[in-house]
Write a protein that binds this ligand. Structure first.
Ligand SMILES: [Zn+2]
Length: 271
């Protein structure tokens, strides 16, 4: 019964997101399934974290901030999310909620979920807001200054945005943690653990973006891009660096795994 309600709620939100152009059709189907599982099996607490991520990142990607348009084309896809992007961000959450339903005594699964959501939220916030950085970003590997929007580039503003995105999920997770033993120390410890997990995931995402992610080059625009095979201008793009089979969705999925692992790992060590 709860699963049916969850799936209906997932469907309702996905249709709304599809109608407003936040999700593509395939993205809406993937969001109905992954969101429905999280709502239906996880209940209120799990649903809130997913919604905080989904709503805040959708709003940020639609903000008409000056100068953003020129950089947006560098990314593989526009602001409309397809199934690959939805599962890259929410797929691990769906797997974790299924595992948690089968073994509810494993409380660390909730922390892993919070870490995964903190990571993808941190990554989205830093991508959307980091572009507004007045200073040129630097490549996370070499420290060399690069054009805004380059995969693997980090800036002070982007890192601050990542901290905000991660911290917001961590705060919600701490407020929604229902087990009785969470005293004041436990409350702040949980916020710290999830925030660190989320930040680790976001920096891991940048690291993969600078190293193994497939990056292409558009000869007519003379620009680096994640788009392949066809650039936004219609020209075919050439492989520049990174492994061809590692696209942005896989990097985002790895980001959520890193966030979950660091948060759950810290939780298990400290408890
Ligand atoms: Zn082009």
């Amino acid at each position: 019964m709860q699963l049916a309600i969850g799936l209906s709620l997932g469907l309702l939100i996905s249709v709304l997101a599809w109608r407003t152009g936040t999700l593509s059709q395939s993205g809406a189907i993937a969001a109905t399934l992954s969101g429905g599982l999280v709502f239906g099996l996880g209940g209120f607490a799990w649903a809130v974290l997913l919604l905080v991520f989904f709503i805040s990142s959708s709003l940020l990607s639609r903000l008409p901030l000056s100068g953003k348009r020129s950089v947006g084309e560098k990314y593989a896809k526009g602001s409309q999310r397809d199934w690959g992007q939805v599962l890259a961000n929410g797929g691990l959450g769906a797997l974790l909620v299924i595992t948690f339903t089968l073994s509810p005594e494993k409380t660390w699964l909730w922390i892993a979920y919070a870490g995964a959501m903190a990571a993808v939220n941190a990554d989205t916030w830093s991508t959307e807001l980091g572009i507004l950085s007045p200073a040129l970003p630097r490549l996370i590997t070499s420290g060399k200054t690069v054009e805004p929007g380059t995969s693997g580039a980090v800036s002070a503003l982007g890192s601050l945005a990542a901290l905000g995105g991660s911290g917001l999920i961590a705060l919600c997770a701490a407020l929604l943690t229902t087990w009785g033993s969470l005293d004041q120390t436990g409350f702040f410890l949980l916020i710290a653990i999830v925030t660190i997990g989320g930040l680790s995931g976001a920096f891991f995402d940048s690291f993969l973006g600078a190293t193994v992610q497939a990056i292409y080059y558009c000869p007519s625009c003379r620009k680096e891009t994640e788009r392949h095979p066809i650039h936004i201008c219609g020209t075919e793009t050439n492989h520049m660096h990174g492994w061809r089979w590692i696209n942005n969705d896989m990097v985002n999925f790895a980001c959520s795994i890193a966030g979950a692992s660091v948060a759950a790992g810290l939780f298990l060590i400290l408890n």
